[in-house]
Design a binder for this molecule. Structure first.
Ligand code: FAD
Ligand code: DHB
Length: 403
């Protein structure tokens, strides 16, 4: 529990680790620290309902599943999540299967929505007496170079200064943590893509048993699922397109066209519960640390969603960070803290490459370059025909043990 002392103007508190953001990274970090007996306060700008309803990623790597189990939050995931043993690549109107266990020594993935992970992590943290504060505003980071950095924020009508041993910036790409680091300390890497994804959640049984990535003349399409009665589907669209231009009929028509194959198969429609367009980008900032501030997850890096790495990377970062912080409390050694950024960035860059590669292979680029189309088709044919190429996709998709 955070120590708390009122003063004249507002409140002054202390915690060991101040965490900005209650996404997968921030929440998982608070759990991992608690396992080491380290207290934390999680500050979240949005309300709890909003955070729990935000539909995003859905594919969990084995390492993410294992970590959820380790902290005791895996029970509902194992009950409601779906273990998948492969994906489908569709092109030339033909389906091709990538068999994960056969290609990776038995590894699989779990389909379980990010918002379900977030719900489970919040419930377990609060049940354990953890301090997770929603609807905080005006979060500011000060003295990050000192031994006692401060998080100032407003909550429940009070201004609070939270003195910390460490701050973890887990507040996503648009958060304030990264902005607290002087620009001169950081190197940024970017790649923008000339397309976005239109994602829908539909109340209909999935039309395919496995996640299906489709390359067509009209652009990329992806079929995924959340449960036996919930489908998640995506279409490559112009990133600046307005969702108002996509009435449900148009979405289904486009999905039918892109997903069509020559054999006997059809897409089943159902009521669309949610839809939105997300731009795609690749982004990395180095190093992921400045003084006592450590960045994790989307605050430090973004991948395009093809390959489903975003949430898994966020979780992998905080696993490294929690160990480094625990090591410091146990031994006073800075070694883990000093190595955090380089260790996390090795996995980050592997996922950057994989996500860029999947994205480049499967999307139509705006310039309609026939040479590039032939390269994409050749790469797709090679990936499904060569066990070595298929294994490379598979081991990256399920999550590499060593990076
Ligand atoms: P986030 O989940 O972004 O959590 C950051 C938290 O910080 C949020 O709750 C935010 O409200 C809070 N916050 C922000 N600013 C402040 C502040 N100033 N003060 C306090 N709190 C703050 N990945 C995939 O693999 N597949 C997908 O289909 C996919 N779809 C996505 C769709 C969208 C719209 C977005 C934005 C991302 C998507 N991703 C997807 C990526 C994946 O969801 C992220 O990689 C993952 O959420 C990263 O977790 P995180 O905890 O680092 O950040
Ligand atoms: C899902 C999202 C992805 O980005 C992806 O590559 C596969 C599946 C999903 O939301 O289910």
């Amino acid at each position: 529990m955070a120590a708390f002392a009122a003063d004249g103007n507002g409140s002054d508190m202390h915690t060991q680790v101040g965490i900005v953001g209650a996404g997968p990274a921030g929440l998982m970090l608070s759990h991992l620290l608690a396992r080491h007996g380290i207290d934390s306060v999680v500050l979240e700008a949005r309300d709890r309902d909003y955070v729990e309803a935000r539909v995003r990623a859905g594919v969990l790597e084995q390492g993410t599943v294992d970590l959820l189990d380790e902290i005791g939050s895996g029970e509902r995931m194992h009950r409601e999540g779906l273990v998948h043993e492969g994906i489908e690549l569709r092109f030339d109107r033909t389906p091709h299967r990538i068999d994960f266990p056969a290609l990776t020594g038995g590894r699989t993935i779990m389909l379980y929505g990010q918002q379900e992970v977030v719900k489970d992590l919040i419930a377990a943290r609060l049940a354990a007496g953890g301090d997770v504060r929603f609807e905080v505003s005006d979060v500011r980071l000060d003295k990050i170079d000192s031994a006692e950095p401060v998080l100032s924020f407003r909550h429940d009508g009070r201004d609070i200064d939270l003195r910390c041993d460490f701050i973890a910036g887990c507040d996503g790409f648009h958060g304030v943590s990264r902005e607290a680091i002087p620009r001169s300390e950081l190197t940024e890497y970017h790649r923008e893509y000339p397309f976005g994804w239109l994602g829908i959640l539909a109340a209909v049984a999935p039309s395919a048993d496995e996640v299906t990535y489709t390359y067509t003349d009209r652009g990329f399409a992806l079929m995924s699922l959340r449960s036996p009665t919930l489908s998640r589907l995506y279409l490559q669209v112009d990133p600046n397109d307005d969702i108002a231009n996509w009435p449900d009929r148009r979405i289904w028509d486009e999905l039918h066209t892109r997903l069509a194959i020559d054999s006997d198969w059809s897409l089943t429609e159902g009521p669309i519960l949610e839809k939105g367009i997300t731009a795609m980008r690749s982004f990395v900032v180095e190093p992921m640390r400045c003084g006592r501030l450590f960045l994790a997850g989307d605050a430090a890096h973004i991948v395009p969603p093809t390959g489903a790495k975003g949430m898994n990377l966020a979780i992998a970062d905080v696993a490294v960070l929690a160990d480094a912080i625990a090591h410091w409390y146990d031994s006073g050694s800075e070694t883990g803290l000093d190595e955090y950024s380089a260790t996390a960035l090795r996995r980050v860059w592997r996922a950057q490459h994989f996500s860029w590669w999947m994205t480049s292979m499967l999307h139509r680029f705006g310039d309609d370059d026939p040479y590039q189309r032939q390269l994409q088709l050749s790469q797709l044919r090679y990936t499904v025909a060569s066990p070595a190429a298929a294994a490379s996709l598979a081991e990256n998709y399920v999550g590499l043990l060593k990076v």
